[in-house]
Ligand binder design. Structure first.
Ligand code: AKB
Length: 339
């Protein structure tokens, strides 16, 4: 008998670590974790199996298909927007070919299991590309179908992988003599900038928010790489996990779309500074915009319209700005740096 597992790629990443902790605490699912880097011991102990592996290694997936019954996949591995701009071809390989490898694994598992494998995919506000600040201001909270003009390799990758997911869900091998019996049960949320109290971001262009907060908590000065007026949507990491879990629950037939915006709160970098200095009045926070990274964030929307997610599967965030700082970030970050 193959062991029934939930597969998590990017297990060592910010979302991966938070998801493993949540699943280990709340669900009976056995976790098969994959990351290019070894998992820390406490995280590894929460998993049935933790593999140090590459999502580009198809031989690894051939082995996994023979050993496990993978009922659900959370495909979190990715090179984020800033890092991807230094190695765009590598980013494409990891972000797109890696996702294709996982979708193919899901199809093979769906055939063998006789039912669709659930495939949760974190997309991003990076798929949006507002042409200028005036349009960004007028656009307000954007709908899923608006301004899909990504300006980064990462945003292009996420947009294309949304389409790949739709293809594997509804049109895979559509002309074959033997039609595909079960497509992949692909489900995706477009995340805003995520802020974790327990991990530090790496390689994102929305990272100025968590970097500012964690620097203040360590008493370190922080030079913010965007202007104070720069506004994008953000979300506390617990709500990101809630969105993935809540989207995994409905019957496929209850979901009108495969891709949904999810939002929580929209803040400018200046407002984040004010919120941080409420708790760390001596925090030395300056603004030294990096024109190239600024240009990327200026194409991202000030906010997202998540009414479809609220209507179709009851999405609502648990953490608004105040609760994010008061109950989640400040107490946990203080513990992290003062223990
Ligand atoms: C990034 O900054 O690249 C990510 C994202 C907004 O998807 N955090």
């Amino acid at each position: 008998m193959r062991k029934k597992v939930t597969l998590i790629t990017g297990a060592n990443g910010e979302i991966g670590q938070a998801l493993i902790k949540y699943l280990a605490e709340t669900q009976r699912t056995a976790i098969l974790a994959i990351d290019i880097r070894p998992l820390d011991a406490p995280l590894k102990a929460m998993c049935h199996t933790a593999i140090e592996g590459d999502i580009l290694d198809t031989r690894l997936f051939e082995r996994l298909v023979s050993e496990y019954a993978i009922t659900e996949i959370y495909h979190l591995a990715a090179l984020l927007s800033t890092r991807a701009e230094f190695t765009p071809e590598l980013a494409h390989r990891v972000n797109v070919q890696g996702t294709l490898n996982l979708l193919h694994l899901a199809i093979e598992q769906s055939r063998w299991q006789g039912r669709s494998v659930k495939f949760l995919f974190p997309s991003s506000i990076a798929v949006y590309g507002l042409p200028d600040l005036q349009t960004k201001s007028y656009a307000g909270p954007v709908k899923e179908y608006a301004w899909n003009m990504a300006t980064t390799m990462y945003g292009c990758n996420k947009m294309y992988c949304e389409h790949l997911g739709r293809y594997y869900a509804r049109y895979y091998r559509q002309l074959a003599a033997d039609p595909e019996p079960y497509g992949v049960d692909f489900r995706s949320v477009r995340f805003p900038g995520l802020i974790s109290a327990f991990t530090l971001p790496s390689g994102g262009t929305s990272d100025f928010a968590p970097e500012m907060i964690h620097s203040a908590a360590q008493g370190k000065p922080y030079a913010c790489f965007v202007r104070p007026d720069t506004r994008i949507p953000f979300m506390a990491m617990p709500d990101a996990i809630k969105a993935l879990i809540d989207l995994s629950k409905p019957e496929k037939s209850e979901l009108k779309h495969l891709v949904y915006n999810v939002g929580s709160f929209s803040l400018s970098a200046g407002e984040i500074k004010d919120a941080v200095q409420k708790y760390y009045p001596d925090a030395k926070i300056t603004f030294e915009p990096d024109p190239k990274r600024q240009q990327i964030v200026d194409t991202w929307p000030a906010d997202v319209d998540d009414s479809s997610a609220r209507k179709d599967w009851g999405w609502h965030p648990d953490y608004d700005v105040s609760r994010t700082f008061d109950e989640y970030l400040i107490p946990n970050i203080a513990q992290r740096y003062n223990s």
